[in-house]
Design a protein around this ligand. Structure first.
Ligand code: SF4
Length: 249
């Protein structure tokens, strides 16, 4: 698309506390290969060519907040959309950030071809927030529009490169919360245990619904929001299996 000097940015937040450790500067990139039915950022999907920023512009802004990061052990997270669709831009940015000793994180769905740029980017990324949508391929297609083979391969690649990972799972009643699914997830994650630093459980919510409406799209997922006691039970299950677990509100 370009040489990575400029990125298509949807928006930024300067005091994020939910996308990685500490206080974070979060950059939401445009475009995503998936179409998750529960997506609360569908406004990032389409390319808006007039919203480009250079690495220098973003760096200039980030440096204004550097003290907040260092005091809180935070840093910079790129999210989206899917940031790895603009891997060259993220690589350029992260090279500068590492020179400044700033912690770097990528929130990814993992639906990405692994090429030289991605492998180089691994060297400059301190943490991956890796979203699992559904382990079952058919259900994954139903939920996101794409199969999960590439996503599972991506997690294998993170393991091969010994990268630190937080696993993120959206908990949706009747889809990703029943005992059978949770047991399967715990079993699946076992071989990645050495790289998993945290499990982040994200209770399904419908806050994105209004955005879908504004964009003229039909929100088709008809699921309830989870019960607190069910969420606590799932959290306990992961903890009993030795994981550090964060249950988001
Ligand atoms: S991967 Fe994330 S941004 Fe993309 S559609 Fe799914 S929830 Fe939305």
């Amino acid at each position: 698309m370009n040489n990575g000097e400029k990125g298509y940015i949807h928006s930024v937040i300067t005091g994020g506390t939910v996308d990685g450790p500490g206080i974070r500067y979060v950059i939401f990139m445009q475009m995503c290969p998936l179409r998750c039915k529960f997506c609360h950022n569908p406004d990032t999907w389409q390319l808006q060519e007039d919203r480009q920023k250079s690495v220098e512009e973003i760096l200039f802004d980030i440096k204004k907040y550097k003290n907040f990061f260092t005091l809180s052990n935070g840093g910079v997270t790129v999210s989206g959309g899917e940031p790895l669709l603009q891997a060259k831009f993220v690589l350029n940015l992260f090279k500068h950030l590492k020179k400044e000793n700033i912690h770097t994180a990528i929130d990814t769905c993992g639906y990405i071809n692994i090429d030289e740029t991605i492998l180089e980017l691994f060297q400059y990324t301190d943490l991956f927030l890796f979203d699992i949508k559904h382990l079952n391929n058919e259900k994954h297609i139903e939920l996101t529009g794409k199969d999960n083979k590439r996503i599972k391969n991506f997690l294998d690649e993170l393991k091969r490169n010994n990268k630190n990972v937080w696993i993120r799972q959206v908990l949706i009643p009747n889809l990703t919360m029943d005992t059978e699914y949770i047991n399967e997830l715990i079993k699946y994650l076992d071989k990645y245990r050495p790289i998993i630093k945290k499990i982040e459980l994200l209770p399904y919510h419908k806050m994105g619904k209004e955005k879908w409406k504004k964009l003229g799209m039909e929100y088709k997922l008809s699921a309830d929001t989870p019960q607190k006691k069910d969420l606590s039970e799932i959290k306990r299950k992961f903890e009993n299996n030795g994981y550090d677990v964060l249950l988001s509100s």
